[in-house]
Design a protein around this ligand. Structure first.
Ligand SMILES: [Zn+2]
Length: 243
């Protein structure tokens, strides 16, 4: 009888764990140069709140001051020693010229050069070897996926549904649940609509994209409301690398 009871409890606990939605915070357009990082208040707040978050760095918007600015953020760990923050590759310069993006409608060599240079600069300026990629404007093509595939470091890619013929050795993270009503404007009501729109995602993971360098105080407050809501749903925050 006692054994059966324990068994039921165990099943109950495992179901609870399975039901928890994993949340990846995909926070874009991070720069750290001339001793300034506009996203630092958001980063600091998330750490204080014990929320794991991933940051897409634009590599040519880093300089020699980046490491000291972001060192405490990047090296933060939870009480089990797991890292709280992941830095990912958000391109070299975030360029867009008509229909030509860094990772869409440009040549293989151009894309490879941008990926490699960004990788090198982030290693140099932040001491981080990135393993996740998310294109500026989420603009990708099959050439981009070939470039990512051939780069040994990259195991995860955000928001790309481009179909390719070849076998890929990276995982796509595509469960986009928008929280910004327009770029740089988190909006709680808009997020709730997105959240309810994709019930199938909730049993696995959801990706929330934001642009903290452009958030106003109002936008930041909306973001905090979104986190409160996710807490009420018992969601857990994970990094793309560990998803
Ligand atoms: Zn961006």
């Amino acid at each position: 009888m006692k054994k059966n009871f324990l068994f039921v409890i165990l099943i109950f606990i495992s179901l609870q764990i399975v039901a928890q939605t994993k949340v990846v915070l995909k926070l874009d357009d991070i720069s750290a140069q001339n001793g300034e990082c506009k996203s630092l208040p958001v980063m600091t707040y998330l750490l204080k709140r014990n929320v794991k978050a991933s940051y897409g760095v634009i590599a040519n918007r880093l300089d020699g001051s980046a490491k000291s600015l972001l060192n405490d953020i990047i090296s933060a760990v939870d009480n089990q020693g797991n890292r709280m923050v992941e830095i990912w590759n958000h391109g070299l310069n975030h360029s867009k010229n008509g229909d030509v993006f860094e990772f869409k409608n440009s040549t293989f060599n151009e894309q490879l050069q941008h990926l490699d240079s960004a990788h090198f600069l982030v290693q140099k300026d932040l001491g981080v070897s990135m393993t996740t990629f998310g294109a500026p404007y989420n603009a990708t093509d099959s050439v981009c996926l070939r470039v990512i595939n051939e780069h040994k470091n990259y195991k995860k890619i955000f928001f790309s549904s481009v179909k390719v013929e070849f076998e890929t050795n990276f995982e796509r993270l595509n469960n986009n649940v928008p929280m910004e009503i327009e770029t740089g404007k988190p909006d709680f009501d808009f997020f709730i609509k997105s959240y309810n729109k994709y019930p199938a995602y909730l049993s696995s993971n959801i990706i929330l994209q934001g642009h903290p360098p452009y958030w106003t105080d109002e936008g930041f407050a909306e973001f905090k409301k979104i986190l409160d809501f996710l807490d009420s749903k018992k969601c857990i925050y994970v990094l793309p690398a560990t998803l």
